[in-house]
Each structure stands twice: as C-alpha cells, then as structure tokens.
Design a protein around this ligand. Structure first.
Ligand code: FMN
Length: 211
C-alpha cells in the first residue's frame, strides 16, 4: 500500500513537473517582449480585399485552422466546422455580389448538432454563434501574423445568404455558414483603422467615468 501511495505521489509530481514546464514555456513566450508582438498583430490587422495571384501554402492553412480552433467555446463544445475552398469555380459561386480574386476561402460554420451539454440533457442557448465568431477572429489574426491578408464576409444571420452559401457548399442542415473568410497574399496596403473611442467605455456602471 505504502509503495502504491509512493508511486502515485511520484507520478503526480512528474505530471506536475510536465505541466509546470509547459506553463513556464508559455509564460516565457508571452513575457519575452511583454506581449508586444501579439498586441502589435492585433492592432495592425486590417481587412484586405485585393490579393496577389499566389496560392496560400497548406502549412499556413493548417496554422490558421489550428488558431481558429484555439478559440474559447462555451462548455468547450467546439460547435464549428471549417470548409477550405481553393477551387476557382466554387470561389466564384460563393463571391455572390462581391467578386473577389482571393485564392482561398474558408467558410466558418456552426455545427448545431454540437450545441447540447455533453450529457445531452440540455441544449445551450445560441452561444455557438459567439464560438464561431471567436474562431473567425482568431483565423483573421493568424492570417495577418503569417503575412497574409484576409477579410470576414458576413453570412449568418442573413438567412438568404446562409441558404446560398450552404447550397454551394453542399452543407447538411446542421452545418450553418456564419462567415466566409477570404485569404491571400495582400496586393494592397490599407492603413489599419483606429477604432479606439473613450465614449464606448464605461467604468463600474454604464456611463461611469475612469477614476
Ligand atoms: C460580421 C461581419 C461581416 C462583414 N461582412 C463583410 C462583407 O460582406 N464584405 C466586406 O468587404 N467586408 C465585410 N466585413 C469586414 C468589415 O467591413 C471590416 O471589418 C470593417 O470595415 C472594419 O475594418 P477592418 O477590418 O479593416 O478593421 C465584415 C465584418 C464583420 C465582422
């Protein structure tokens, strides 16, 4: 029995060491520059709508998808699905009223079959829309960090557009397109917009001022 307790203690310590090591590495990455690189990436992202005639490498697509799926998600349900589109004809069909020369589209969809609590007893309110939106923003930020340009084009909740996109992409009923992100190497250099406005902030209560 003593041996078993000892073995368990060693195993827990080893696990703790691994976890601590991982955490320390993450902390190190974040503190090397006081988070400046990450903040800079957020502040310099801007929508890009003109692209070079150059395909996006699969490695970069994989990184964007990993970043998207690292987004926060209610009850960790991960109610999303990503459709990667490089086929020119499909890109043309999806562009609708906004033609594009993007070499890559990523349709970020909700999966409404994944919106119930894990025990299946309770369906969550429509948090899946927030989850998918958070994933979309992560995808845009990853694209920018990788030297790519991207723009979010809205789909959900414009139900006509949802039907249009779902039809082109052959989506089953549970797969709801929320956004179609256009991606490519930028062929324009618009200035990021400064959207910081004090008037959009309150402290403690609505309308409260900063002390
Ligand atoms: C929900 C949503 C829908 C959008 N739809 C479109 C769109 O259909 N076409 C487009 O060119 N840009 C679209 N955008 C991009 C916005 O126009 C853009 O984010 C906004 O003008 C701010 O500019 P910035 O992204 O450069 O900061 C959309 C953005 C969001 C969040």
């Amino acid at each position: 029995m003593k041996n078993l307790v000892f073995a368990m203690a060693i195993a827990l310590l080893a696990l703790g060491a691994c976890t601590t090591q991982g955490t320390d590495e993450n902390k190190e990455a974040a503190t090397v520059d006081n988070g400046q690189a990450a903040i800079e990436n957020i502040m310099t992202r801007t929508s890009i709508r003109q692209y070079k005639d150059q395909p996006v490498e699969q490695e970069k697509i994989d990184i964007m998808l990993k970043a998207a799926m690292a987004a926060p998600t209610a009850v960790n349900l991960q109610p999303w699905h990503f459709i990667v589109i490089t086929d020119k004809q499909t890109i043309g069909l999806l562009a609708g009223k906004q033609p594009t020369n993007a070499p890559l589209l990523i349709a970020v969809c909700g999966d409404t079959d994944k919106t119930s609590m894990p025990d299946g007893k309770m369906k969550l309110p429509d948090f899946w829309v927030e989850d998918v939106s958070a994933a979309t923003e992560n995808l845009l930020l990853a694209a920018h960090a990788l030297g790519l340009g991207a723009v979010w084009t809205g789909v959900y909740p414009a139900m006509e557009r949802v039907a249009e996109v779902a039809n082109v992409l052959n989506c089953p009923n549970n797969i709801v397109p929320v956004a179609v992100v256009r991606v490519g190497y930028p062929d324009e250099t618009p200035e990021p917009k400064n959207k910081f406005k004090e008037e959009n902030i309150s402290y403690n209560k609505f309308g409260g001022k900063k002390e």
